[in-house]
Structure formats: structure tokens, C-alpha cells
Design a protein around this ligand. Sequence first.
Ligand code: SME
Length: 148
Amino acid sequence: MDKRSTYETLVKQATSVLQDETNQLANMSNLVSIIHHGFNFWWTGFYFVESEELVLGPFQGPVACTRIGYGKGVCGTCWETQSPQVVGNVHEFEGHIACSAESNSEVVIPILQNGKTIGVLDVDSTTFDQFDEVDVEYLTKLVHLIWQ
Ligand code: SME
């Protein structure tokens, strides 16, 4: 199956799992699981803005950094710019925060509410250049299942 078809399947699965549940923590937890296991990514999870920092939310994968500053790393850059970040080689990204030495590429999607970044969805892969505009399109769509 190509990437688009896999994402289409995941959107259907996530829609059916999330649609009748109103608890956001439950929905976030299931959504990261669906994405993570759908592609066998290295790390998939949320960070949420709490005053001056991003704080770790529901995730799948190895233990991760708990707090990330505004404008710091790929996640903090996504928060600051309010735009998706696609990094083909994290070792070449200045200021990248290496929660895990195994991670080689990364995509971060902003979660926006009323023009403000309230959090980010971060996905890491051990494969270089894992992510492109198709991932951005579908990960954004998946995030919108919780935050319309
Ligand atoms: N690499 C991220 C930090 C979060 S972990 O990858 C889970 C960054 O540079 O913001």
C-alpha cells in the first residue's frame, strides 16, 4: 500500500474510534496509537503549551523530553512559526532536541485554536527523509478530527 492509501485507512479508523468519544485525553491517546502503529514510526506524540513551554502529552515510543521552550528545537519552532516543520535530517537542524539518538527525521504539525498554537503533534522516524507534504496533509487532517 502506498502512503496515501495507508493514511486514508488510518483516517477512517481514527474517525470511527474518535467520533463517539468526547474525552480529549482518550481521543489523543488513541490517535497517537493509530498513527504510530499505522506506520511503525519511532515516536509519535503531543506537546501542549503551558505558559512559556511545551509540555509532553500522550505519546507512543521511548521516553521523551518533558518540556521544550518557545522557539526551541523542531517542536518549539513549529509553535513559534505556527507552520508544519518537515526535517529530513534532524542532525542538520540547528537546535534540534535529541530525545532519542535513534531519530533521524521528524515532522511537527501545529495545533491551532483561534489563531494561537495550543500544542503540536510530533512524529519521529529512524529513516532519513521519511516525511513530505503528504504526511503534513494527512497528519493535519488527523489532528483536525480532535481540534476542528
Ligand atoms: N526532537 C524534538 C523534541 C521532541 S522529541 O523528538 C520526542 C525537537 O527538536 O523539538
